[in-house]
Design a protein around this ligand. Structure first.
Ligand SMILES: [Mn+2]
Length: 341
């Protein structure tokens, strides 16, 4: 059943109350629930997954929290994070009747956990990505929300579930990280009110911020140093590019998840409106992270290469060596910026 939507500020806002009651009814009917988010999980993915898991556990449901990638070290502080188990640790044919899929614009983004879904599974998708596909039986997509964490908080508020300190910590982490520490355009007065209510429920903003942003391994700092050394500016300083090679991981001893968030450094420079981080994926491919400010829509550019994401934060993987992708991306973004000016 398609949900009604209204349009505010050119953003399609779903009829949340109708969707919330559909989700609540489906949850009430459920008994064995899979709760999962996307590969390479970030703060929003992990915080929302854990909070939704605790809510279901408190309702007496049997839940399975799955992941398909390593959990970045900086999220090891999240209460209950050790309960999110690798998908390949679960037995084939695991009995689940309902799946709550968070933060995934497509089913592919779920990774191998999708193998546990059957055509008898009721799939509920909760997401805030612009290019979200309605792949579930119930699809709550709010591209105006700062994070899925904000949406889950709203859901809890509407069904009368009072978050514990742990759940408040999980959701506050989701909102803090996905709003870029309350900096991104998706941060609204409502976002701040939700964050305030989570503080009242026990979330400690200083402690959480320190865990995520001021608790790096020495290898992470070394990796940041190596990557910042590659900085390039193009198009009269409006484009900033950083490069991350496999050799940098080897020489610094840093692991893949320690590169999370590196692209944000590109936007710290005066006059930059578009940032690019190129990451050597494997011998023939390059992962591209894009950031932008103002009206530069990088999710549209990422979509041209089979990727996607948010208006000002997107990514794609291009099956070409880094040297070629470097030239392509500089050319494409220069075109984009000049088409606008
Ligand atoms: Mn998110």
């Amino acid at each position: 059943m398609k949900s009604r939507v209204s349009v505010q500020n050119n953003i399609a806002v779903p009829d949340t109350s109708a969707l919330v009651s559909q989700i609540r009814d489906a949850v009430e009917r459920s008994s064995h629930v899979l709760v999962v988010s996307h590969v390479d999980p970030d703060g929003d993915a992990l915080g929302s997954q854990l909070a939704m898991g605790q809510y279901l556990r408190d309702l007496g449901k049997t839940i399975h929290l799955m992941r398909d990638s390593q959990i970045p070290d900086k999220y090891a502080f999240l209460p209950g994070v050790e309960q999110i188990m690798p998908a390949n640790s679960f037995p084939k044919g695991l009995a689940i009747d309902t799946a709550i899929i968070l933060e995934c614009p497509t089913l592919e983004r779920v990774g191998s956990a999708a193998e546990f879904l059957t055509d008898r599974t009721t799939v509920i998708s909760i997401d805030h990505h612009r290019d979200s596909m309605a792949f579930g039986a119930i699809n709550w997509v709010d591209i105006g929300a700062s994070s899925v964490g904000e949406m889950v908080s709203d859901y809890f508020g509407m069904v009368g579930y009072v978050p514990s300190r742990d759940v408040a910590t999980q959701l506050y982490t989701a909102i803090l990280t996905d709003s870029g520490r309350f900096r991104y355009q998706s941060t609204t007065a409502h976002t701040m009110r939700v964050a305030a209510s989570l503080m009242e429920a026990g979330a400690d903003p200083r402690w959480i911020c320190d865990q995520v942003y001021y608790n790096m391994r020495p290898t992470t700092i070394k990796l940041i140093g190596r990557v910042l050394n590659t900085v390039e500016f193009h198009d009269s300083g409006r484009i900033c590019m950083l490069t991350l090679t496999k050799e940098m991981f080897a020489s610094t001893g840093a692991e893949e998840p320690e590169s999370d968030g590196l692209v944000d450094f590109t936007m710290a420079n005066r006059g930059v409106v578009a940032g690019i981080l190129l990451k050597e994926a494997n011998s023939s491919g390059t992962k591209v992270s894009l950031r932008s400010s103002n009206g530069v829509n990088v999710s549209a550019i990422a979509a041209e290469y089979g990727g996607g994401g948010h208006f000002n934060a997107a990514g794609c993987t291009i099956p070409k060596p880094m040297a070629e992708v470097r030239v392509d991306m500089i050319k494409r973004l220069t075109e984009e910026l000049n088409a606008r000016s």
